[in-house]
Design a protein around this ligand. Structure first.
Ligand code: NAG
Length: 377
């Protein structure tokens, strides 16, 4: 074989192995077994309308993003009143007066007579059952609109994309990823940044089996509810019957709700890397059941907000062997607040479930930084 022919053959082989337009790996933890669009032939939307149609129709689909889909401006803008419950400094977020929220919940907040926001950001794209939405390399970006898996949506994989720029100055300007009344959802290697409200919101109906893995939640913003450049609204897990595995995620530069857990949610937080928070991470109110192991907490002012009225196990305990079939891992801490809870009463909820493996925390910061978010596969 001539060397140029050999070279061509090698390139073809390499690109088919590494740039194959299919789901990479498989879900671990509660959403294990999710297949998304399965073996459907990939489709390549070229317009926003095509993307919305593929995600929202009733066919099993593998939808591959090869470019940025920019929704900003596509649904017009709204100019209306708002309020400033978090302060009036330039770096503070402003609330849109959605459903009269300012009057009902923040009657003493200074009003803002006129703000203009992008309509597309407010409500995400509907994703129906049996879909895989994947990005090719670092090309798959959805700008100005999030995604929603609701109303019975089941068996969905979202992998290797970025969602960004949802009215970041305005609370109620949009959530990046919404799950509610769903089952078997795997969100993997997704980057979210510059979001108005929640990066992730699960609730209040049952979201059932969910795995959030290797995602990059980037909380850097010029506008924040804590007015300090750190995004407050990170992860909201308040579904009524939710099993959530969070593994290998990189949660960076936030100041609150990272995550807020309640409402009968069993959260297995394992091998995540939380770095740099000026506020709190966990909120654990009634109905929160949290096993946190093998995570790294670096420069986290408050790991858990008190009082804790839910249940948390954050130190290894013999009960891990009983219900996980293995020991739990220690969490690691650097320049962070304390996190030492030994509630074990909820651990039987893990019985019979698919449970993610856990590595020692020592290698977690490096491995998470190398893999989390879009563009690494
Ligand atoms: C999803 O796929 C499963 C298995 O093929 C099928 O039973 C189910 O009806 C599909 N769901 C929808 C909403 O199409």
């Amino acid at each position: 074989m001539r060397s140029s022919t050999l070279f061509t053959a090698l390139v073809a082989c390499t690109s088919s192995v590494f740039a194959a337009d299919k789901v990479y790996g498989a879900a671990e933890g509660f959403a294990k077994g999710v297949t998304g669009g399965g073996s459907a032939a990939p489709v390549y939307p070229t317009t926003n309308a095509e993307l919305v149609s593929y995600l929202g129709d009733s066919s099993a689909r593998v939808i591959v993003l090869t470019k940025t889909f920019d929704f900003t401006g596509t649904e017009g803008k709204t100019t209306s009143a708002g309020c400033s419950p978090w302060g009036t400094a330039a770096g503070c977020q402003i609330a849109i007066n959605k459903d009269n929220w300012c009057k009902n919940y923040e009657p003493n907040a200074p009003t803002v007579s006129s703000i203009t926001y992008d309509n597309a950001g407010v409500l995400g794209i509907t994703v129906k059952s049996n879909k895989s939405l994947i990005g090719q390399g670092a090309k798959g970006v959805i700008k100005g609109k999030g995604i929603r898996m609701v109303s019975g949506a089941k068996n969905i994989i979202i992998q290797n994309i970025m969602i960004t720029e949802l009215n970041p100055r305005y609370v109620w300007g949009g959530d990046a990823i919404t799950v509610n009344n769903a089952d078997l959802i795997w969100i993997d290697r997704v980057t979210t940044s510059l979001i108005g409200r929640q990066h992730y919101v699960l609730g209040t109906d049952a979201s059932n089996r969910i795995t959030l893995s290797n995602n990059y939640i980037n909380g850097v913003s010029s506008w924040s509810a804590t007015c300090d450049g750190y995004h407050y609204w990170a992860i909201y897990l308040t579904g009524s019957n939710d099993l959530v595995t969070m593994k290998g995620n990189y949660i960076y530069h936030t100041s609150g709700r990272g995550p807020k857990v309640s409402g009968n949610t069993l959260l297995h937080a394992v091998n995540n890397y939380w770095y740099d928070s000026t506020g709190h991470l966990f909120e654990a109110t009634t109905g929160a059941y949290i096993l946190a192991e093998g995570n790294v907490f670096q420069n986290i002012k408050t790991v858990v907000e008190t009082p804790v009225t839910g249940q948390i196990l954050s130190v290894p305990n013999a009960v891990c062997n009983t219900y996980l079939g293995r020991a739990c891992q220690n969490n690691g801490f650097g320049s962070s607040g304390t996190f030492s809870y030994a509630n074990t009463g909820f651990m039987s909820k893990f019985s019979g479930k698919n449970i993610a493996s856990a590595a020692a925390y020592t290698g977690v910061a490096a491995s998470v930084k190398a893999t989390a978010g879009y563009g690494h596969i």
